[in-house]
Design a protein around this ligand. Structure first.
Ligand code: GAL
Length: 764
């Protein structure tokens, strides 16, 4: 059987490089101990020089290979190294990889010493090498550096399963199928016989199973196709019920007759006769973009999404599983989305796993940004495309492969080839290719267009038939809008924050009203660090509906309020509730993002009016905002006393939510809120976010307060980033990670003005 041994703790790291570091007995004096995921350089929040992380570094890991593994094959599996890696074992070159967003495996069988200690040395080049996508020109995001995803050792038999693609088909029929392709590797070119078995399981229950005898003729790699047919009584994977099953491929001894029982047995540690096992979660679903919209399992669904960059403050891409998964939860549950685009590269498997689990559709694309390089560059792009599909083809959440470099020009031969590769590897999914030019060559299945026409004026979205210039309607999706058209900081002036939110609302509404548009994916979910050519000069693009810490702007409520109230009632007025914040003064028009049926506005304890969602203006939205356009008399005019306010949201005639606003807000309290109160000791360190915020007497954020917060941490935890941050717009996120022991982490924030705020997080 296979053994997977995580290799994430206790690496030695040097933020410099010389050839001697690759030697077996290299002097490690200048090295420090680090864990993976690791960023090659922790960065400030903003205003840094982006060349700071563009250098060559070295990682070394000492590990034992027990004698009992002699005769097995040993691989080292890297999930992601930015952007070029050269791997040495005991001082001997073992392999290399180009591309920072896709995994690679290196067979180190012939390099390791069994029953002894070995050393892995990795030269990591995190410079922007023009031979590797996305580099060669400017890029509007940072790529950071280091071994920023997990690493493991894999020990397998000489004949083993390299990969398996389990493709559900006929999912809307009573009798469904799984068409499995099992890739068996036989690098020692042994002749003989093995049995390949595929089983569909729900927990421990085997639903269906088939086997095939494979004659090994000495070929290195063989693909075996096995069809499980007549599958009944399985539930579909849907947005509200993302039902997952397990598919497993096994290699077993030919003298085992009852494959299912024995294969199930191997889960319980019974190893008899099972030579290898490859497992993946799958879902039965049919997802297609048609010219008249997107269909999931035959039901038309309006796609509403945002683009996600996988970056975080200070550590760039290097965040562990929990934090990656959390982003999927934010997108689905806080922002009420049904779709995310992994702009502009394959993202963490932890993020994708969570999308599968919660029913969040994914459009995943190859690395790149506008620029197309030379032949060698294109070769790497095609390789990254293969690696992306071969890693991710079993995720039910992914329904579309992005096979063009984001916003690049036409390149007939290159994109004919990327489409060919995608269709050959995975004939079950459509391809898309994100463009910004009208009438660019359409080689994909879905015309995916960045439509930035909305600039606050009348024009909201382009007409798809004009964009494509094609005689017939084709599957069409808007893959970006807003972004640089209206950068907005979370602590910007209120009018700007409102307009920012309304632009998202207008475009989502227009997309829903056009039968030729399957949906719209806004730019973007979270603010991100970027190069000096972009953003606000401080190396931040303030394009998110949330900031870099995932703290909401008003636009986040515009999205969040679109979800069904059964997933949480949203009631948020897009205002600070102050007389003099907006030009001329007052808070009218007052936009309230809510999924309630109607709201009452209460001023100084007296109901001033009842207001309904603006359905006439935004008929395409599930929950249009309430827009109060006329000033109720009680607001008075400049010079009069500003009232306390309250909004009350009603569903089915019952008050279900209330939100109070203080007429005379006073910063009252520093709060600390942790995303998690339990972290776990697992295959690597764990982490969570804690938000420190100053609130007024009714609990609302006071966005213009600037306090520095002195953080104290005790117990088995460490702060990622500065230990004395300053509130940005009234609040700040702090990431805390485990250090390897169990116990209780206590994080306390102290400021000059308020009582300390503290969270306790158990590590187990
Ligand atoms: C697009 C690009 C994105 C981002 C966005 C900002 O052109 O694809 O990566 O730069 O503009 O609005």
């Amino acid at each position: 059987m296979r053994r997977v041994i995580p290799l994430n703790f206790g690496w030695r790291y040097a933020d410099s490089f010389c050839e001697d570091y690759l030697k077996e007995n290299a002097d490690e004096t200048g090295f420090v101990e680090v864990d993976l995921p690791h960023t090659n350089r922790e960065l400030p929040y903003n205003y840094f020089d982006e060349s700071e992380f563009q250098f060559i570094s070295c990682y070394r890991k000492h590990f034992d290979i027990p004698l009992e593994y002699k005769g097995k094959r040993i691989f080292v599996d890297f999930e992601g190294v930015m952007c070029y890696a050269e791997v040495y074992v005991n001082g001997v070159y073992a392999g290399e990889h180009k591309g920072g967003y896709t995994p690679f495996s290196i067979d180190i069988t012939d390099k390791v010493r069994f029953g002894e200690n070995n050393v892995l040395s990795v030269k990591v080049d995190s410079t922007e090498r023009p031979d590797i996508p996305p580099f060669g020109n400017v890029v509007d995001y940072l790529t950071y550096g280091g071994i920023y995803r997990e690493v493991s050792l894999r020990v397998v038999n000489p004949v083993y399963i390299a990969n398996a693609f389990f493709a559900p088909s006929d999912v809307l029929q009573t009798d469904k199928e799984i068409r499995a392709k099992v890739f068996v590797s036989n690098p020692e070119q042994k002749a003989g016989e093995t049995v390949v078995c595929v089983a569909l399981k729900d927990g421990d229950t085997v639903i269906s199973e088939q086997r095939k005898t494979l004659q090994l003729t000495g070929d290195d790699k063989v693909m075996v196709e096995i069809v499980l047919s007549g599958i009944r009584d399985v539930e579909l994977w849907d947005l509200d019920n993302p039902r997952l099953y397990t598919c497993e491929a096994y290699l077993v001894d030919s003298n085992i007759s009852d494959c299912a029982a024995d294969c199930a047995g191997c889960d319980r540690g019974v190893d008899k006769g099972v030579l290898d096992r490859f497992s993946a979660r799958i879902g039965f679903r049919e997802a297609r973009v048609e010219p008249d919209g997107f269909y999931l399992n035959g039901n038309k669904i309006q796609l509403r999404g945002l683009n996600r960059h996988q970056s975080y403050p200070y550590v760039g891409y290097a965040m562990p599983e929990r934090v990656q998964r959390r982003d999927a939860d934010i997108l689905k549950y806080e922002l009420g989305l049904n779709l995310v685009r992994t702009s502009h590269y394959p993202q963490s498997v932890h993020f994708l796993d969570r999308c599968d689990e919660i029913g969040l559709l994914v459009f995943e694309e190859i690395p790149g940004w506008q620029h197309i390089g030379d032949a060698e560059w294109k070769k790497v792009a095609c390789q990254s495309l293969r690696e992306m599909i071969e890693r991710d083809w079993n995720h039910p959440s992914i329904f579309l492969w992005g096979v063009r470099i984001n916003e690049s020009g036409d390149d007939h031969d290159f994109y004919t080839e990327t489409n060919r590769i995608a269709r050959e590897l995975d004939p079950t999914r459509q391809t898309g290719g994100v463009r910004w030019r009208e009438r660019s060559e359409f080689l994909e299945d879905v015309y995916t267009m960045n439509d930035f026409i909305h600039s606050g004026g009348e024009a909201v979205l382009r007409d798809p038939s004009r964009v494509t210039g094609l005689p017939e309607p084709v599957p069409y999706m808007v893959t970006e809008f807003n972004g640089h058209m209206y950068p907005t900081k979370r602590f910007d002036q209120e009018e700007r924050l409102v307009e920012h939110a309304m632009r998202h609302i207008r475009v989502q509404n227009a997309a829903a009203m056009d039968p030729g548009i399957s949906g719209a994916i806004g730019w973007c979910a979270f603010d991100y660090n970027t190069h000096s050519e972009f953003g606000s000069g401080d190396r931040i693009c303030y394009h998110g509906v949330m900031d870099m810490f995932r703290i909401p702007k008003f636009a986040a409520y515009a999205y969040g309020s679109q979800k069904d109230p059964s997933q949480g009632v949203v009631l948020e007025a897009a205002t600070l509730w102050a007389r003099g914040e907006r030009s001329i003064g007052g808070v009218i028009p007052l936009v309230i993002f809510t999924n309630c049926d109607y709201v009452d506005l209460v001023l100084n304890g007296v109901v001033a009016g009842r207001y309904y969602p603006a359905r006439d203006e935004y008929p395409g939205l599930p929950h249009p905002p309430v827009v109060i356009k006329e000033s109720p008399e009680q607001f008075g005019v400049w010079g009069f006393r500003w009232p306390d306010g309250e909004i009350v949201g009603y569903i089915n005639g019952k008050p279900v939510a209330k939100k109070a606003y203080a007429g005379q807000p006073v910063a009252t309290r520093l709060e600390a809120i942790a995303d998690d109160d339990v972290l776990t000791l697992g295959e690597t360190y764990d982490a969570t976010r804690v938000v420190f915020r100053v609130v007024d007497q009714v609990g609302n954020l006071t966005p213009y307060i600037n306090e520095s917060i002195k953080l104290d941490i005790t117990g088995p935890g460490r702060i990622i980033g500065p230990s004395e941050p300053t509130l940005i717009g009234g609040c700040i996120g702090v990431y805390v990670r485990t250090t390897g022991q169990s116990g209780e982490i206590r994080l306390t924030g102290r400021s000059s003005r308020f009582a300390p705020a503290e969270v306790a997080i158990r590590v187990q």
